[in-house]
Design a protein around this ligand. Structure first.
Ligand code: NAD
Length: 291
């Protein structure tokens, strides 16, 4: 017998690239969504992204205008953490910082004590067991639910149980991801899981190659696209992920896997220091005028 996810209303923490995308996909699959973000401007930006993204689906005939309007109507926003009352599932998608996430999860567990409310994190690399531990007696309802960017287009959800996660929560996560039109695949809780453990060192190596003058960014990306059949080069992909997020993930890999070989490339760190975060800030490796 297949397990039901039992979700009518989903709460999302973070109205950024990922939180906004998860909100859009959940709403398009008929689930009501409440999005929380603590920073001014993030909510308006998210609303704009929803209109633009779903508008493109309508233009291409992949969604009707009526379905788009209904999906937008299912999404509400709040700048208060206690504004997620009534949600039966929460997905966290704020900055990739273990301290911030653990503090947020401890608050969530206390504010939403119903044990049927699953507390999922979209972290790219931080230990789910660590986050679950911050929730004390609620650890069994914490799970990793790792969507990919851009969420409306990417098929995979990596499902990562913490050491404490109950099997029923894992099965409900698989059911919810499937209901959102995604393909869930399970990975164990080690730094970076599968996706970023394999992908991120490769991206980091591309920055080293650029820093050492082995080739210019266009050539590095072109070689990996044309020679290795990548849909986009590693430096372009880093711009889409966000260079700050890339540095944070490398730090988690280095600490979590106890190895200096995962340290972020100095050039990658320097770009972040200079405010070049990638597409979201208008400039990273490349420039994105108008973003
Ligand atoms: N970008 C990617 O390709 C990608 C892919 C998979 C997973 N992730 C993960 O998703 C998470 C979010 O990444 P993103 O790319 O959406 O980042 P982002 O910078 O686009 O968005 C983060 C959002 O969180 C908000 N925020 C930050 N701290 C907050 C707090 N304490 N309380 C409430 N809101 C807060 C910010 O205002 C921002 O709107 C990270 O954990 C990241 O590792 C990212």
């Amino acid at each position: 017998m297949s397990i039901e996810h039992g979700v009518k209303t989903i709460g999302i923490l973070g109205a950024g690239q990922m939180g906004g995308g998860i909100a859009q996909v959940a709403a398009a699959s008929g689930i009501s969504v409440k999005v929380f973000d603590a920073f001014p401007g993030a909510i308006d930006r998210c609303k704009g992204v929803h209109k633009k993204s779903m508008g493109k689906f309508v233009e291409k005939g992949k969604m009707t205008q009526a379905d788009m309007d209904a999906a937008i109507g299912r999404i509400s926003f709040t700048d208060r953490l206690d504004g997620l009352t009534g949600c039966d599932w929460i997905v966290e998608a704020v900055v990739e910082d273990a301290k911030v996430k653990k503090e947020l999860f401890a608050k969530l567990a206390a504010m939403y004590p119903d044990h049927n409310v699953v507390l999922a994190t979209n972290t790219s690399s931080i230990s789910i067991t660590d986050i679950a531990t911050a929730c004390g007696a609620s650890a069994s309802r914490v799970v990793g639910m790792h969507f990919f960017n851009p969420v409306p287009l990417m098929q995979l959800v990596e499902v990562i149980p913490a050491m404490q996660t109950s099997p029923a929560v894992v099965e409900r996560t698989v059911a919810l991801a499937t209901a959102m039109g995604k393909t869930p695949l399970k990975a164990n809780d080690r730094a970076g899981f599968i996706s970023n453990r394999v992908l991120m060192p490769m991206i980091n190596e591309a920055f080293y190659a650029w820093m050492e003058g082995v080739a210019e960014p266009q050539a590095i990306d072109g070689i990996m696209k044309l020679g290795c059949n990548f849909p986009m080069g590693p430096l372009t992909l880093a711009d889409f992920i966000g260079l700050d997020t890339c540095v944070n993930i490398m730090n988690v890999l280095a600490d979590g896997l106890n190895s200096e070989r995962y340290r972020a490339c100095p050039l990658l760190k320097q770009l972040v220091t200079a405010g070049r975060m990638g597409v979201k800030s208008g400039r990273g490796v490349y420039e994105y005028p108008g973003k």
